[in-house]
Design a protein around this ligand. Structure first.
Ligand code: ADP
Ligand code: MG
Length: 729
C-alpha cells in the first residue's frame, strides 16, 4: 500500500530516455538513476517492465460491506481530525461514508496532510480495513480528494527499487508505452500457439504485442486475476512466445555467423613411414577397447573436424562414461597434422585429475615426435611460466593443458586448431566470452569441443544451448557395478562410521564429502576439519582386535595447491583409506579402488551435484555404495520436499532422469551456472511449462532469418538489446 497520497506526490516530469537526467527536478534525476539501475533505459524496456500485481481502484466499496483484512477504496467525509501524543505522536482521523465509520491512523504526516484531512473534507481513501463491527481502522491509507472518474482498469504495482516511487514509475511506463515502437515483428501468418481472448470490444481475437502489453499494464477489472498471476493469460503467453523467439533468433544467428568462419580441416594422417598415426598409437596403448558409444561420438567429432567451419560441439556423457579418451583421440588427429591443442578444466586440481591419465599416455608418444606438453595454471612460478609460454609460442608444445590461464592475454599460440573444455558449464559466461574472443584472434578459428557430465534436459538443450551440436555417450564402459544409494538419517552416523571401518579393513577406500557453506567459507572449513578429526579418532585402530589405524586425509578449497596435490597423491596411491573433503572433489577424481561415498547434509546439494559426487565411486569392479546422510530437524524429520528430492537419487542412476527432476525442482540455474546468476535471461518464459511455445519459436526462427531478416533483427534488438552477446557465450 503506497503511503504517499497520490494527490500529494511531487509532479514529476515523465522520464524521456533521450533527455539527459539532469533536465528534470532533483527527485526526477534520482528516479532516473533508479530506472537505469533496473535496466529500464529504452522505452521498450519500460514497456516490458510488467506489474508484480494489481490494485483495484475501479470501484468504491461501502465501508459496511468491507471485510476485516480486505483492501478497499472508499469515499467518505472527515468527521474528526486530531493529533494524539500517546502512546506516540499520531494523526487520528474519523471518516464516515454513510454506511459506517472508520478511523484512519498516520504515524508520519506533514501539515499539508492535516490540511487535506480537515473536518468536512470529502476524500477517496484506499487501504486495508482492520477490525469489524466494533470499530474499523486503516493504518496509513492512501487518500486524496473525492470525485473524479474512477479508472476503468486495474492499477499496476511494479517491481521497483529505492528512489523510484510507484506513481513515478507508473507515469514513466504509460508514456513509454505511448512512445515505444510496438509494431508487430512476427511475420504474417506466424501466429504463436496462444489462445485468443476477449479484447476491449468484446471480440474474441488474437492479440498483437501492443494489445498484450496494454492489457498487462492496465487489465480490465473483469479479468481472472489468477491467470495473470500464473502467467497463463493469453496476453502473457504472447509475451513469452515473443521472448522465446528472440532467444531462438539470437542462437540461430550466432550459429550462422560461426558457419561463415573458417577453421582448419583436420583429417587423420596416413602412416609416416613405419610409424602409425598418433590416434592409432593411442588406441594401441589404451588398456581397454572403446565402447560402441565412444566410437560413435568419436566419428561425429571426426566428421566435424574434417569440415572447414569451426566445430562447436558439446560432448555429454555421464560421470565415468569415458569422455576424456574420446577428446584425446580428437586431439591426436589435430596434433598429428602439426597443429596445437588446448585442454582446459575449471580448476587446477581438476585439470590435473582429469587429464593425468591421458597425458601419461600421450606424452611419450609426442616425445617420440619431438613435441611436448605445456602446463599453464594460475599460481605458476614466473620462470616456469615463461618457459611454458615460449613452448606454446614456438609450437614445440603440441598440447597445452591447464585452467583458463591457457587463454590469458600473454598466451600466444603458434597454430591452435582445437580447444577442449572440460566441465564447460563450470566456466562463467564472462570466461566463455573471453575464450571465444581469444580464440578468434587469428584469421582461422579453432574447433571447440566442450565436455559435460551434467546432462542438459531437452528443453534447455533446445533453448540456451540451441547453437551447440551435442554428442551423447549413453553407455558406461563394461565391468562397472551399479552403485547402491541409501538415505540415512544423520542420527545414525555411528553406524556409517562402523561401515567405513570394515570397508577400509577389506582394502577399499572411502570418500566423505562435507557440504560447502557458501556464505561462510570459514564455517565450511571448520565443519570439514571437525569431521576429519572425528573420523581420525574413530578409525585410529584397535590393536587388541588386530585393526590397523586408518589414514584419514583432508582436502578443502582453501588449501595451497601443493598440499592438495600431496593429499590426492596419497589417496590415489591407496595409502590413505579415507578422504574427507569439501566439494573440491566434485568432478574428475578417478580412484577405482574407492567404493564408498558418504555425503553429509545431502539435503543441501542439488541432485545433479549429488549425482556427480556419487560418480566418484563405482569406477572399479567392487560393489559400491553411496550414503546420503540427511539432517533431521528437532522433531526428527527432514523437510518433506528435501526427502522427496533425495529419494530420486536412490531410485535412479540415470543422469538424464536426475537432471530432468532437478530442472523441475530448481529451475535452470543448476545447469547454466554463472550464466544464470544475476540476470535471468528468460524473464517471462518458463522452460518447464512453456515447451509448446519454445517449439513454435524454434521452428519459426530459421525461416524468419531467411525470409524476414529485417523483422528478425528488429525483434532481437527489441527483446535482447545489449544482452544478446551473453546468449551466445
Ligand atoms: P568421464 O566421462 O567422467 O570424464 P573418464 O574419461 O574420466 O570419464 O573415464 C573414466 C574411467 O574409465 C577412466 O579411468 C578411463 O580410463 C576409463 N575408461 C574410459 N573408456 C573406457 C572403456 N571403453 N573401457 C574401460 N574403461 C574405460
Ligand atoms: Mg571427466
Amino acid at each position: 500500500m503506497p503511503t504517499t497520497p497520490p494527490s500529494l506526490a511531487p509532479p514529476a516530469a515523465p522520464p524521456a530516455a533521450r533527455r539527459p537526467a539532469s533536465a528534470g527536478p532533483a527527485g526526477a534525476s534520482v528516479a532516473q538513476k533508479a530506472l537505469h539501475k533496473l535496466g529500464l533505459v529504452r522505452d521498450i524496456d519500460l514497456a516490458l517492465h510488467l506489474p508484480l500485481r494489481y490494485e483495484d481502484e475501479t470501484r468504491i466499496t461501502p465501508l459496511a460491506s468491507a471485510r476485516d483484512g480486505q483492501t478497499v477504496q472508499i469515499e467518505a467525509t472527515v468527521t474528526a481530525s486530531d493529533v494524539q501524543l500517546r502512546p506516540r505522536r499520531q494523526l487520528v482521523v474519523q471518516v464516515d461514508d454513510g454506511s459506517a465509520t472508520c478511523e484512519l491512523r498516520f504515524f508520519s504526516f506533514y501539515p499539508s496532510h492535516q490540511k487535506t484531512l480537515a473536518v468536512g473534507a470529502r476524500l477517496r481513501i484506499r487501504g486495508e480495513v482492520k477490525g469489524g463491527f466494533w470499530g474499523r481502522q486503516m493504518l496509513h491509507p492512501a487518500f486524496r480528494q473525492a470525485g473524479g472518474e474512477l479508472p476503468a482498469a486495474l492499477t499496476p504495482v511494479y517491481p521497483t527499487t529505492a528512489g523510484l516511487p510507484q506513481p513515478y514509475l507508473r507515469r514513466a511506463v504509460v508514456s513509454a508505452l505511448a512512445r515505444a515502437d510496438l509494431s508487430d515483428t512476427l511475420p504474417p501468418g506466424a501466429e504463436p500457439p496462444v489462445a485468443s481472448f476477449y479484447g476491449k470490444n468484446g471480440l474474441q481475437r488474437l492479440c498483437s504485442l501492443r494489445e498484450a502489453l496494454t492489457f498487462l499494464h492496465h487489465p480490465t477489472p473483469d479479468v481472472a486475476l489468477s491467470t495473470l498471476e500464473d502467467h497463463s493469460h493469453p496476453a502473457w503467453q504472447r509475451l513469452k512466445a515473443e521472448e522465446l523467439l528472440a532467444q531462438q533468433l539470437s542462437q540461430h544467428q550466432s550459429r550462422r555467423e560461426r558457419d561463415r568462419l573458417r577453421a582448419p580441416v583436420l583429417r587423420p594422417q596416413p602412416a609416416q613411414g613405419t610409424a602409425p598415426p598418433l590416434h592409432e598409437q593411442l588406441l594401441a596403448v589404451l588398456p581397454f577397447g572403446l565402447t560402441a558409444a565412444q566410437r560413435r561420438v568419436g566419428e561425429e567429432i571426426a566428421a566435424d573436424l574434417a569440415r572447414p567451419v569451426p566445430m562447436h560441439r558439446l560432448l555429454q556423457g555421464d560421470v565415468g562414461s569415458g569422455k576424456t579418451v574420446v577428446s584425446a583421440l580428437a586431439a591426436c588427429v589435430a596434433m598429428d597434422a602439426g597443429w596445437q591443442c588446448a585442454l582446459m578444466a575449471p580448476t587446477e586440481i581438476l585439470a590435473e585429475q582429469h587429464f593425468a591419465k591421458m597425458i601419461g599416455w600421450l606424452e611419450p608418444l609426442l616425445a617420440a615426435r619431438g613435441r611436448k606438453v605445456a602446463w599453464l595454471v594460475g599460481g605458476q612460478k614466473k620462470k616456469e611460466r615463461t618457459a611454458m609460454l615460449a613452448l606454446v609460442e614456438s609450437g614445440e608444445a603440441a598440447l597445452v593443458v591447464g585452467t583458463h590461464a591457457v587463454i590469458q592475454e600473454q598466451v600466444r599460440f603458434k597454430n591452435l586448431a582445437l580447444a577442449i573444455i572440460d566441465e564447460q558449464h563450470r566456466f562463467g559466461v564472462a570466461q566463455r566470452l573471453e575464450l571465444r574472443r581469444k580464440l578468434a584472434e587469428h584469421g582461422m578459428e579453432p574447433h571447440m569441443l566442450m565436455m559435460s557430465a551434467t546432462p542438459i534436459p531437452r528443453t534447455l538443450a533446445m533453448s540456451y544451448y540451441a547453437d551447440l551440436d551435442v554428442s551423447v555417450i549413453d553407455e558406461l564402459p563394461p565391468g562397472r557395478t551399479p552403485i547402491v544409494t541409501k538415505l540415512i538419517a544423520d542420527s545414525r552416523k555411528d553406524e556409517v562410521i562402523e561401515r567405513i571401518g570394515t570397508q577400509v579393513a577389506a582394502g577399499r577406500q572411502v570418500y566423505w564429502v562435507c557440504p560447502l557453506i557458501e556464505e561462510s567459507e570459514a564455517l565450511d572449513l571448520s565443519n570439514a576439519t571437525a569431521t576429519h578429526q572425528d573420523l581420525s579418532e574413530a578409525l585410529q585402530g584397535d590393536e587388541a582386535h588386530g585393526r590397523a589405524p586408518v589414514m584419514v586425509g583432508l582436502l578443502h578449497s582453501r588449501m595451497p595447491t601443493a598440499e592438495k596435490k600431496a593429499v590426492m597423491a596419497l589417496f590415489t596411491s591407496g595409502q590413505m583409506g579415507v578422504l574427507v573433503s569439501t566439494t573440491v572433489i566434485e568432478v574428475g577424481v578417478d580412484v577405482p579402488n574407492a567404493s564408498l561415498m558418504v555425503i553429509e547434509h545431502a539435503e543441501r546439494f542439488g541432485l545433479s551435484q549429488l549425482h556427480q559426487l556419487r560418480g566418484r565411486v563405482g569406477r572399479g569392479a567392487a560393489a559400491s555404495a553411496c550414503v546420503l546422510l540427511y539432517a533431521t530437524n528437532d522433531s526428527g524429520r527432514v523437510g518433506e520436499t528435501a526427502k522427496e528430492r533425495l529419494r530420486a537419487m536412490a531410485e535412479t542412476n540415470d543422469g538424464f532422469e536426475i537432471a530432468r527432476r532437478d530442472l523441475e525442482i530448481r529451475g535452470p540455474g543448476e545447469f547454466l551456472g554463472a550464466r544464470q546468476s544475476g540476470d535471468a535471461l528468460l524473464r517471462f518464459a518458463d522452460l518447464a511449462t512453456d515447451t509448446h511455445l519454445l517449439e513454435w519459436a524454434r521452428a519459426l526462427a530459421p525461416q524468419m532469418l531467411d525470409r524476414h531478416p529485417d523483422l528478425a533483427a528488429k525483434h532481437v534488438a527489441r527483446w535482447l538489446g545489449g544482452k544478446s552477446d551473453y546468449l551466445k557465450a
